[in-house]
Design a binder for this molecule. Structure first.
Ligand code: PLP
Length: 273
């Protein structure tokens, strides 16, 4: 992606998410992705996780008003062209983020587009969101989304739909759009039935499919964050949504192919260059 027109100040994107002490997922994946794409990453920390390559053993939530204050502080001075949310942990944080997004113009049909990665659990099944907060994800967070990017587990938790084929993926995309997302991306990467990974994008009218070769690696930690962050970078550069998703999909595929071993578990979806 090119730098901003004046050649001096880079494009800025804000991530509102959780940290990963292992440096693989969450805010670390977001900021690394943005830096590799020539975008300046602003970060509002919503939660601190205790995490390594094997799993998440705990997390600490940042007070909701401090999460909102980080957003206010960044937007009021630095300014951002797109934002994304990742791990938000609780209803109180989701509500605080929704309030401040309204205040500063982040979200669908507002000046700054918002990519919502509705993070519920790690790939190991460790919770990253309190179960009681699912209703806030459905009715407070998703209606703010220019794009929502659930994986198949998140689709099941949010909509109750078990995606097993193209027809159920289309029903799920419709259900996410009905909840208020402008665009819904149902990520099929975890559907291990083919040699390809197909994601389905829907805006209430037409479906777009994105297919890439399945990369056979155990180093797949933080893939969802990496995809959503790359899409946010492309949106910040003014790409239309389908092009931004295509860009993010190609980016995460390249990162999967370049991922490296770390610890005893799953290495990060990230190149070293
Ligand atoms: N930790 C944080 C802070 C995250 O935001 C995420 C995913 O979004 C994860 C861990 C889990 O990543 P993965 O499911 O790729 O292990």
């Amino acid at each position: 992606l090119p730098l901003t027109p004046d050649g001096q100040t880079p494009v800025r994107v804000l991530t509102i998410a959780g940290t990963d002490s292992g440096g693989g997922a969450g805010i670390q994946a977001d900021s690394r992705t943005m830096a590799l794409l020539g975008v300046h990453a602003c970060v509002a920390v919503a939660a601190v996780t205790v995490q390594n390559s094997v799993g998440v053993s705990g997390f600490h939530e940042i007070p909701p008003e401090i999460v909102a204050d980080q957003v206010r502080s960044v937007v009021g001075d630095i300014g951002v062209s797109a934002a994304k949310t990742g791990m938000l942990a609780s209803t109180a944080i989701i509500e605080s983020v929704a309030r401040v997004c309204g205040e500063v113009g982040i979200g669908r049909d507002r000046p700054v587009p918002l990519v919502v990665d509705p993070v519920c659990a790690s790939m190991h099944g460790d919770p990253l969101l309190h179960a009681e907060a699912l209703d806030a994800v459905r009715h407070t967070l998703i209606p703010l989304a220019s794009l929502v990017t659930p994986n198949l587990d998140e689709v099941r938790l949010i909509t109750g739909i078990e995606v097993v084929d193209d027809a159920s993926a289309r029903r799920a995309a419709q259900a996410l759009h009905d909840l208020g997302a402008q665009w819904a991306l149902v990520k099929g990467g975890h559907l291990r039935t083919s040699t390809e990974s197909t994601d389905l994008l829907f805006d209430g009218e037409s479906f777009h499919e994105f297919t890439s070769p399945r990369i056979d690696t155990g180093n797949d930690h933080g893939g969802g964050d990496t995809l959503a962050a790359a899409v946010a970078c492309a949106l910040a550069h003014g790409y239309p949504m389908p092009d931004a998703v295509e860009f993010g999909k190609q980016w995460v595929t390249r990162c999967l192919a370049a991922s490296y071993d770390l610890g005893a578990g799953h290495g990060p979806v990230s190149p070293l260059w």
